[in-house]
Design a protein around this ligand. Structure first.
Ligand code: THU
Length: 137
């Protein structure tokens, strides 16, 4: 079983944040997704002039990994905040991203956010209890 270094994973999310395309909100978000084989997939938020096609950093990281054939995930770190400023302590994933995580991860999947001063480390089960998934179909 692979161990998770929250600080190191957050540092990779912070690096991924630099690739954010967010001219409309000015909020830059980076994500670093750790697979069971120890690979890390990065994502950043990508906005659109039509607003609703905007995709969050977490989903970009997941979709890159999924299309690479990855199916086994351990943790994701998220770093977000205003452009040009350090990431905020409180930048939990949105509900849509939690639902996407639920499609591919078990309840013990770890979701980490924050910065060097304060790190929050939760399980997906804590963030989305009573979730709707394939077992409900
Ligand atoms: N955003 C993310 O990338 N991840 C989240 O979990 C929440 C929001 C992005 C979407 C949009 O580009 C900006 O942050 C403001 O909502």
């Amino acid at each position: 079983m692979i161990s998770v270094n929250s600080k190191a994973l957050l540092a990779l999310a912070e690096e991924a944040r630099l690739a954010s395309y967010s001219p409309y909100s000015g909020i830059t978000v980076g994500a670093a997704l750790l697979t069971a084989t120890g690979k890390v997939y990065r994502g950043a938020n990508i906005e659109n002039a039509s607003y609703t096609p905007t995709v969050c950093a977490e989903r970009v990281a997941f979709f890159k990994a999924i299309t690479d054939g990855e199916r086994d995930f351990i943790a994701i770190a998220i770093a977000g905040g205003e452009n040009g400023k350090p990431s905020k302590e409180d930048f939990p994933p949105c509900g849509v991203c939690r639902q996407v995580m639920t499609e591919f991860c078990k309840a013990d999947f770890r979701v980490i956010w924050g910065n060097g001063d304060k790190i929050t480390d939760k399980t997906l089960g804590e963030l989305l209890p009573f979730s709707f998934d394939k077992n409900n179909l």
